[in-house]
Structure formats: C-alpha cells, structure tokens
Design a protein around this ligand. Structure first.
Ligand code: ATP
Ligand code: MG
Length: 332
C-alpha cells in the first residue's frame, strides 16, 4: 500500500479553501493508502513563536475540524509533529543539502514573507532562520514517513519541488534511501477569498471557516465581493466577477446553471442570491457540524486519536532514521 503524508499548521480552524483545496482529497483517498496526517505544531511556531497558546489550542481545534470533515481515525494516523523528534533531526541533516539562495527564491516562501510584513518588516529584515528553513522541515515531514503522495493546494507546489530536490541530492550523495514524493492536487486547485483575492487564507482575513456559526456566515456572505458594475437589482451582471456565484459553484452545484443565466439577464438581485448561498452553506455544513459536536463534547476521544496516531508515526520515523543514519555513516 502506498503512503500519504500531508500536514496542517495548527494556527487556526479549517476554512473552505482548506476543504475544497485539500481536505476533500484526504477524505477521498483515506481508504486506499497508509495515511499519515501531521499536525505541524513545530512549523506553526516558525511564524507564531511568540504565541504558543494559539498553537496549542489549535492542535485540538484543527484535529476536531479534520475529524468532522469525515476523516476516520481507523484509516488516518493523526500525529503531533513535535512528538516525533526524528523530524527535527532530519531537518538538521537536510539543511546541508539546500542553499540559502534557493530558499530565498522559493515562490511560496517569497509570497508568505510578503504577506507577513507585520512579522518580518517591509524589507524582510526580520525573517528568522527558522522561517526561511521551514521548507527543509517540510521535506523532513514527508520523507520521515517515506511519503509517496502529498495531497496539497496549488500554493504548496514549490515546497514539494524543494523536497524532491533534497531527496535527489541526498540519494545522489549517500545512496538510494529516500522516496521522491508526488503532489496530488484537487480539482479546485486554489480557492478564492471573500474579498476576491486569488487565495482564501487564514492570514488574509478573507475566509469562511467550517466552524463559523450561522450569524457569522451570514455577515461574511452579505459582505462578499460582487460585480461592481451591478448597481441596481435588475442590472445584468457578470457572474465570473462575483464571489457569491463562485461559492454557489462549490456548495450549490445543482442550481448554478440557473443562477448564472438569471444573473446575466438581470433577473436576480444580489441580496436574494446571497440569502440562497447562506442557506446552501448551512446545508453543506450540516454533517460537519453534527460530527464536530460529538468531538467537542468528548475531548478525550480526540486526545486518544492523537496519541494512537502519534505512536504509529513514531515507529515509522524511527525506521526511516535507521536507514538515513546508516546511509550517512553516522550509525554508531
Ligand atoms: P496561512 O494563511 O496561515 O498560511 P492557510 O490558510 O494558507 O494558512 P495552510 O495551513 O498554509 O493554510 O494550508 C494547509 C493546506 O491547505 C495546504 O495544503 C494548502 O495548499 C491548502 N490550502 C490553504 N488555503 C487554500 C486555498 N485557498 N485553496 C486551496 N488550497 C488551500
Ligand atoms: Mg499557507
């Protein structure tokens, strides 16, 4: 059976971008692979080192969200990154195999630095060694489990390429040891934000979270970006410029054709259209909310799932470490 490794940084709850960009694939693939799902607390600390409470809280939040999306702990090993020290050890070994210039050129790193002006300053002067190196730590995450397939959103592809380069370099110097992983992209490669931004993201403040209550969702959808040329209710509009239509396509598939043609004809007002999206969103979230409630009421279930998954992950990472140390001739 092939191995999947993927991870999430516990810095906030899951949003629609995570769900349609990545989580939907976890659910789909969970029966057919040996599946390791990392809650990447160490990586979350690279840009949240000054807020350990946030990271700790979100380890449990994100695990509950993932379980509520329909991931079955019988199929998926949920584990906490910091409990598998082999990952940190591998990160040190790999840090010799990648240049600083290459990390600085990595498009994902670049765009995340640009997004984090507050943390790193406009000129990036305050970028930490740890943040610049997080793609190396991600290569360690994947290879510690000999992950073959990594389901991710499109924004993560440069990180995966970086991992593949490290694997090739390692194998060429020390002999065939590590496995080169492939990305697995979803149909919806990148989900846009409520503000029309190309990416819905936690740190962009433009996300609908799966745990949002009805009132929050209503407010967010009522404020979503629509075609700016549509002024009056009966004006025809371009649905492709409208985020409300965009989300209808995700959660209200059966009705999108009709919505599209009415919008183009000016036969549909934005307020009505937003109200319909709010209802569709509530329907879409029904199963998630039911499952999430069970885990909220039984936190010990979540702790047990994390403990059991972490035990399996530890064993696997130890095996890999043996091979790595042998290849590097440090198996004293
Ligand atoms: P942050 O803004 O803090 O970086 P994020 O919202 O980008 O957070 P991550 O934890 O960085 O979320 O991403 C976790 C996974 O979800 C990755 O595989 C990423 O590609 C995917 N993902 C996140 N946002 C989107 C999106 N808008 N569309 C598609 N995939 C996404
Ligand atoms: Mg991100």
């Amino acid at each position: 059976m092939k191995t999947i490794l993927t991870g999430l940084r516990p810095t906030g709850n899951l949003h629609l971008g995570h769900y349609f960009g990545a989580t939907i694939n976890y659910v789909k693939l969970q029966n057919d692979y040996e599946f390791f799902l990392e809650i990447a607390d160490v990586q979350a600390l690279t840009d949240n080192f000054n807020d350990p409470d946030k990271v700790r809280r979100n380890v449990f939040e994100i695990t509950k969200d993932l379980l509520a999306c329909g991931l079955d702990p019988k199929n998926v090993h949920f584990f906490i990154q910091s409990k598998v020290p082999e990952i940190a050890e591998l990160t040190v070994f790999y840090s010799n195999l990648v240049t600083v210039a290459r990390l600085q050129r990595n498009p994902t790193v670049k765009s995340e630095i640009a997004q984090k002006k507050e943390l790193f300053g406009n000129d990036g002067e305050s970028i930490t060694y740890g943040f610049l190196g997080y793609p190396v730590s991600q290569a360690a995450d994947i290879t510690a489990f000999k992950g073959e397939l990594v389901p991710v959103g499109e924004d993560q592809l440069p990180l995966l390429e970086q991992c593949r380069e490290i694997v090739r370099k390692f194998n060429s110097i020390y002999g065939d040891t590590l496995v080169e992983p492939d990305a697995y992209l979803s149909e919806n490669k990148r989900i846009k934000g409520l503000d029309g931004n190309d990416k819905m993201g936690k740190s962009l403040g433009n996300a609908i979270y799966l745990v949002d209550d009805d009132e929050t969702i209503s407010k967010k959808i009522m404020g979503a970006v629509t075609d700016p040329n549509k002024i009056k209710k009966d004006d025809p509009a371009d649905p492709d410029k409208c985020m409300v239509y965009y989300y209808h396509k995700l959660v209200n598939k059966d009705n999108t054709e009709n919505i599209c043609s009415e919008c183009k004809k000016g036969a549909r007002g934005c307020v009505q259209c937003k109200k319909e999206l709010i209802s569709a969103m509530q329907e879409f979230l029904k199963d998630f909310r039911e499952r999430r409630k069970v885990y909220d009421e039984n936190p010990e279930l979540v702790e047990k799932i994390l403990e059991e998954g972490t035990n399996v992950a530890k064993e696997r990472a130890k095996d890999t470490m043996k091979d790595v140390k042998h290849a590097m001739k440090i198996d004293y």
